[in-house]
Structures are given as C-alpha cells and as structure tokens.
Write a protein that binds this ligand. Sequence first.
Ligand SMILES: *Cc1c(COP(=O)(O)O)cnc(C)c1O
Length: 480
Amino acid sequence: MLYQSTRGKSPQVSFQQILLGGLAPDGGLYLPVRYPTVSPAQLDDWRKLSYADLAYEILRLYSDDIPAGDLRALTHKTYTAAVYCNGRQTDLASDITPLHFLGEEQGTSLSLLSLSNGPTLAFKDMAMQLLGNLFEYALKKSGQELNILGATSGDTGSAAEYAMRGKAGIQVFMLSPQGKMSAFQAAQMYSLPDANIYNLAVTGVFDDCQDIVKAVSNDLEFKARYHIGTVNSINWGRVVAQIVYYFQAYLLATKASSERVSFAVPSGNFGNICAGHIARMMGLPIERLVLATNENNVLDEFFRTGIYRARKAAQTLHTSSPSMDISKASNFERFIFDLLGQDGQRTAALFKQVDETGSFDLSADPAFQTLQQFGFYSGSSSHQNRLDTIRQIDTKYGVMIDPHTADGVQVARHYLQPGIAMIVLETALPIKFAETIEAALGRPAECPPAFQSIKTLPQRVQTMRPDVNQVKAFITSHLQ
Ligand SMILES: *Cc1c(COP(=O)(O)O)cnc(C)c1O
C-alpha cells in the first residue's frame, strides 16, 4: 500500500516511510492511495477473531511492507488483557474494547464502547500503545534513534509516555502547561520513573508548549541532527490503529453483516472520528457517524453550514471537556480531501486559505451537497448539558461517564433511529476529570484500585520558562 499527500504534491511512499514522520513535504497529511474494502462475507468471518487478530487483519491491509509474522507479533504484544484491564482482575479486557449496553431509547439500543481501560484511562492508549511497539520495531530494524518532542494539555502526553516508557532507542520530552492539568493527569505523567521519559512543566499555557514544539520542528537542522520526532494526532499510525475498534464494535453489536449501526464520537481534532470515516469507506455498514463537540464547535459548524472557521487560540474556550478544546481540527484535512473527490490541488488551496484568512466556505459547493453520502451528522454541548447527561446516565443506568463521553451521549440522542444500534465511543474514564463529576453528581468519581495512590507517588518534573532555547538546551544535554 502506498500513501499520498492530501495536497497532491509529495511522492507516494510506503507505510514504514511515513511511520516516524509527521506532515508530508508539501504540508499535507498522508492517506492511502485507495481504501481497501472488506466484503460482507469477510466481515462475518472476522467474528471469531480476538482483538489482536482483528487488528492484524486490518493493519496488514495498510502496511504490507511489514512482514506478516512481525506484524502479527506486534498486534499480539500490544492488545493484551494485561495492558487493557485498567488494573482490574476481571474478564473486562476479554474483548479489549467491550461493548457496554446502557438501555433501549427511542426504539433502539444505546451502548458505550469501552475504549478507556488502557494504562492512562483514555481512548488514546488504543493507538498509542501500538505506535510505541511499531516505533521500537522500526528503529531497531534501521538502527536509528528517536527523540520525541511533544506538547500536551493532558491525555496525549500521558498516553505517549506510557507507550514509549522503557522502549529501546526512544526518549520522550513532553511539555505540559504548569498547573493547568487535572491533579490526576499531572500525577499520571510526572510519577513515571523511567529514565527515557522527561517531563517539562512550562510556566505558560498549552499554546506556549505547542509553539515551542512548532519552533523546534521548524528548525530543520536541529531536528535532523538530534532525530526529533512527534506523536501528534496527525500521525497515520494512530489513525489506522483506531479503525480496528470500529470493526470490533460492529462485530460485538450485530449478528450478521446485513445489519447497520451508528456511532457517536466526541471530537476535537477529528482524529478518532476520521478512523470511523475510513472504516465506513472500507465497507463497514455504518449508517450514521455523529460528531459531537463541546462549546468549541468549529466542526459542528462545518457539518451544519459548510463553513469551516478555525478559531484563534484566544477564542478557544476552556471547557469542562478540555480534551476537545481546540481551535483548529488537525485531521480534518483528511476528510475534506475525500469530500472533494481526492482533489489535492483544491484541498491545498482551501487549507492555505485557512492559514491566511482563518476560514473557507463550501456551503455553495456541489461537494458539500454530497455530505450525506458520508453519513455525517453533528451537534454540540454546553457545560450544563454535560452535567445533566452525566447525572441522567448515572440515575437511569447506574453508569458513571466522563464529560467528553457525556458530550457524545447528548448529541447521539438527537440522531437515534429505530432498529439501528447507536454506539457512543467512551473516550476517558470519569476519574480523569474528577472535578466535573463531583459537580454533576455530588460524589467522587470511581477510581480503579490500581490508581488509588497515584497522587502520593514521587514526581519527576523540570519546570521551565516558555523559551525555545531553554528547551533545546535541555534536550541536547539529556541525549542517550
Ligand atoms: C483526545 C480526546 C478527545 C478528542 O479526540 P480527537 O480524536 O482528537 O478529536 C476526546 N476525549 C478525550 C478524553 C480525549 O482525550
């Protein structure tokens, strides 16, 4: 399988060639030159597979430059009950991503797909754990080293650190805004004892951290000399790993491949739902893909109006579903490329326009009229909606959900159809956002036993001013 850039001006390359990189040289994002399709018979055949084997079957369609035996070993090493059990000793992880039935609403079933039982209790572990193993594999084969520089507002950083800890040939330098994460998130990251993990707490906000990463990435000489890489959400490896759980959810929710299901996905950067879009393009019988945003409704606005209006950092609201507080959806270009019939030239023009003017308008474009063919629907939630939904799901079904998942449930309820199962992707466990759970329910969030003493562990973190040179100096003085 070869990969093309959404801006149409980069050479086509293989899976392993894009694995460690970020953007294509022309500034676009990589996508396969065609989507492999899965027939109904094939789909039914996959019903008997374990998660690790299903991941192998799907990944091999996209990465035929990795020998089959190696790939199978990688998916089996990644998707184990021991990694995805969140410390519990139950059969919870038997499917890695169990389907949690809530109840019948408006003539159909409403379920949650449990994606947050990995080491950092958010769905990002699903892809990041595989990426850690893929990186280690690729670096070992090429004899290279990689220094990952990242910025996080909470979930990405910890998922990356837990995936890369102890991996040969990899060091992680993670910037986080000092005092701006939840106490649980900070404890998760800062308590890691591994020698290849460095936490840098920047005395500023998330955007300061992001700006430093961009500045270092733009210093091509520094980047090449010190083998600097990233693991941000545009990485194709993360998107492809996420396709697997849409298939798994479908197989758990249905009995035959003649049935259709819908998914609702809490969204900020369009990463998670991008994988759903690709699963649908591969032939998975998905009726609706329901995109849920919080008050930062850039994506909801596009799907309702055809106008994409990126926000400035200063216009990005701090909400109680903070992992979706984005001003620009970094994976959205992948969908626009498909919507425009894979026209790289037009995609490039639109996203250059975003850089220059902040927006584009497809409302009168024939392509926008084809949106329904892609199954997309959208909606947004407010803080009050979030609290109400958390309270309601707790009262009605006795299930505690996190604020992001609550946004998904709230929007999903507007798009239920009789007889078509609705699956809401659970993106984190409530304990990660304990403050909002307390506000909604008046009692503390449930904490898995393995995490009960996390806040008392010793922490390793270096405080730093928002200064590129200071960060560069730290990296060069801590190389292996
Ligand atoms: C990252 C994240 C999201 C947003 O996912 P995207 O695919 O980046 O849009 C939603 N909820 C939680 C808890 C997250 O960590």
